[in-house]
Design a protein around this ligand. Structure first.
Ligand code: FAD
Length: 448
C-alpha cells in the first residue's frame, strides 16, 4: 500500500505551487505535487520563437500603480524581472479599415466614447435588474466594423474603463508586459526554490511528480486516494485540486463519490474564455513603430477577426515580431485549422492594412489552449455582475477535497495574482481544517 502523505496538490501552476509552499512553510512537508505535464507553470508558459522568448499564456502583470501593491508585481520587482509598460490608450487611434486607411482620430474617439457609455449603461441596467427593477435594455448593439472592433477591445481585451474590475480598483490601472528572457515562469521557479530541492535551474525534489495525470479522486471523511493515468496510487489526508475550470468541466478527473449537484452545476455554469496570442515573425519591419503605435486594430465586419495587434519592438527591439490576439469562437476556429491556413488569413489582414508588397511571415506560432486536455480554455469568465455565489460554490471544499486556482478567486479570478492568492487562501483553509480535526481528537481523548 502506498505511503500516506498529509496532502496532495494536483497541478503545478502558480496556484498549486503557492498552495504547496504555504503548506510546507507551516510544517506540512510530507506533501506530493502531481502535475500532468513535464513542467511547472501551467498557464504561465514561455517558448523560444526564433530566438525570442515569447509568453504563450499570461503576458502581463495587470493592476499596478494603485494604493495597494499587487503581490505578483512585488515578486517580479524583487527578482528584477524585465517588464514594459503597456499603453493601450492609443490603440483607438490606430484603427485600420480594410483599405488600409486609419480612421480619423475624432471619429475613433467618438466611437470609443459611445461604446464606453453604452457599456456603462448596460452595467447600470444589469445592476438595476438584479435589484429587481426591470428595465428594458435600450443600448445599441455594435454593427459597423469600427464599432465591432471597439466592442472587441473593450470586452474581450479587458479595458479598465468599463467594468469595475477589482484588480484595477485595488492595485491600479497600469499593466506591464513581462519581457524577460528568463520568462514569466522564472517567478514561479523562484517560488518553488524556496521549499523544493533545486539545483542549477532544475527542480530535483521527488515530492514534485511530473507527467502524472490525475484521473480519479476517491474521498471520504478520513482521507483521499488519488489515481493517475498510468495506474499509480497516492494516499493522503487532503487533496487540493488546482486544475482549471475547463478541466473540471471535462471528464478528465472523476470524483468518487461524485461531487454534489450544487458544485457540479456551478462548475458547468462558469464560462471559460479562450484567448489566443498568435506570433508572427518577419524578415523586416513594415509597421509603424514608436511610442503610440505599439497596439493597432483591424476593423472588419466579422467581430474579432484578427482585430487586436501588437508589435514586439518595445519588448524585444529588432525581433521583427507581431502578435495578434483572437478570442473564443475565432480562437477555436483557428485551433482547429492548420497553421499554414492561419498564416494565410493573417497575411491577408496585414496586406489589407499595410499594402500588398509587405513580405510574407517567415514563421508562426499558434498556441492551442482550448484543445489542450490539461487546460480546455484560458480563464474563467464570471459575469460582469456577479454576487460571488458561483465563485464561492466553485471554491468550497467537499469533505477532504479542496479547490484552488484562478477560478476560485473571489476578487481576482482570471489573473496570475488571483491564482497566486487563491493558492495561499486554500492552503490556509486546509491548515485550519487540520487544526480543527486535531482539536476534536484531543477533546474526544479528554472525554474518554
Ligand atoms: P494553471 O496554471 O492552469 O495550473 C493548473 C495545473 O494543473 C497545470 O499545470 C495543468 O497542467 C495541471 N493539471 C490539469 N489537469 C491535471 C490533472 N488531471 N492531473 C495533474 N495535473 C493537472 N493572467 C494575467 O494576470 N495576465 C495576463 O496577461 C494573462 N494572460 C493570459 C493569456 C493566456 C493565453 C492565458 C491562457 C492565461 C492568461 N492569464 C493572464 C491567466 C493566468 O495565466 C492564469 O489565471 C493563471 O496562470 C492560472 O494559474 P492556475 O494555477 O490557477 O492554473
Amino acid at each position: 500500500s502506498p505511503r500516506r502523505s498529509s496532502a496532495i496538490v494536483v497541478g503545478a501552476g502558480i496556484s498549486g505551487i503557492s498552495a504547496a509552499k504555504v503548506l510546507a512553510e507551516n510544517g506540512i512537508e510530507d506533501l506530493v505535487i502531481l502535475e500532468a505535464t513535464d513542467r511547472i507553470g501551467g498557464r504561465i508558459r514561455k517558448e523560444n520563437f526564433d530566438g525570442v522568448c515569447v509568453e504563450l499564456g499570461a503576458g502581463w502583470i495587470a493592476g499596478v500603480g494603485g494604493k495597494e501593491a499587487n503581490p505578483v508585481w512585488e515578486l517580479a520587482a524583487n527578482l528584477g524581472l524585465r517588464t514594459c509598460f503597456s499603453d493601450y490608450s492609443n490603440a483607438r487611434y490606430n484603427i485600420y479599415d480594410r483599405s488600409g486607411k486609419i480612421f480619423p482620430s475624432g471619429l475613433a474617439a467618438d466611437s470609443y466614447k459611445k461604446a464606453v457609455e453604452s457599456a456603462m449603461e448596460k452595467l447600470r441596467k444589469l445592476q438595476a435588474n438584479q435589484a429587481g427593477e426591470l428595465i428594458e435594455p435600450t443600448w445599441c448593439t455594435p454593427k459597423t466594423p469600427i464599432e465591432l472592433a471597439i466592442d472587441f477591445i473593450l470586452h474581450d481585451f479587458e479595458m479598465a474603463e468599463v467594468e469595475p474590475i477589482s484588480t484595477f480598483v485595488d492595485f491600479g490601472e497600469r499593466e506591464f508586459l513581462v519581457a524577460d528572457e528568463r520568462g514569466y515562469d522564472y517567478l514561479l521557479y523562484k517560488m518553488a526554490e524556496e521549499f523544493l530541492l533545486t539545483s542549477e535551474g532544475k527542480i530535483l525534489d521527488t515530492r514534485l511528480k511530473l507527467n502524472e495525470v490525475v484521473r480519479e479522486i476517491q474521498h471520504s471523511r478520513n482521507g483521499v486516494i488519488v489515481k493517475t493515468e498510468d495506474g499509480r496510487i497516492y494516499e493522503a489526508n487532503y487533496v487540493i485540486v488546482s486544475a482549471s475550470i475547463g478541466v473540471l468541466q471535462s471528464n478528465l478527473i472523476s470524483f468518487s463519490p461524485p461531487l454534489p449537484r450544487w458544485k457540479t452545476e456551478a462548475i458547468e455554469k462558469c464560462a471559460v474564455m479562450v484567448y489566443t496570442k498568435i506570433f508572427l515573425k518577419f524578415p523586416y519591419k513594415f509597421w509603424p513603430c514608436g511610442p503610440e503605435k505599439e497596439f493597432f486594430i483591424y476593423a472588419h465586419e466579422r467581430r474579432g477577426y484578427y482585430t487586436f495587434w501588437q508589435h514586439m519592438e518595445n519588448a524585444y527591439p529588432g525581433s521583427n515580431t507581431l502578435v495578434v490576439t483572437l478570442t473564443n469562437g475565432e480562437s477555436k476556429r483557428v485551433e482547429a485549422q492548420s497553421d499554414e491556413e492561419t498564416m494565410k488569413e493573417a497575411m491577408g489582414v496585414l496586406r489589407d492594412m499595410f499594402g500588398t508588397d509587405i513580405p510574407d511571415a517567415t514563421d508562426i506560432l499558434v498556441p492551442r489552449w482550448y484543445t489542450n486536455r490539461f487546460q480546455r480554455g484560458c480563464y474563467s469568465d464570471y459575469p460582469m455582475i456577479s454576487n460571488n455565489h458561483e465563485v464561492q460554490k466553485i471554491k468550497a471544499p467537499v469533505g477532504r477535497v479542496f479547490f484552488t486556482g484562478e477560478h476560485t478567486s473571489e476578487r481576482f479570478s482570471g489573473y496570475v495574482h488571483g491564482a497566486y492568492l487563491a493558492g495561499i487562501e486554500t492552503s490556509r483553509s486546509v491548515l485550519e481544517d487540520i487544526r480543527l480535526v486535531k482539536e476534536r481528537e484531543t477533546e474526544n481523548q479528554t472525554f474518554l
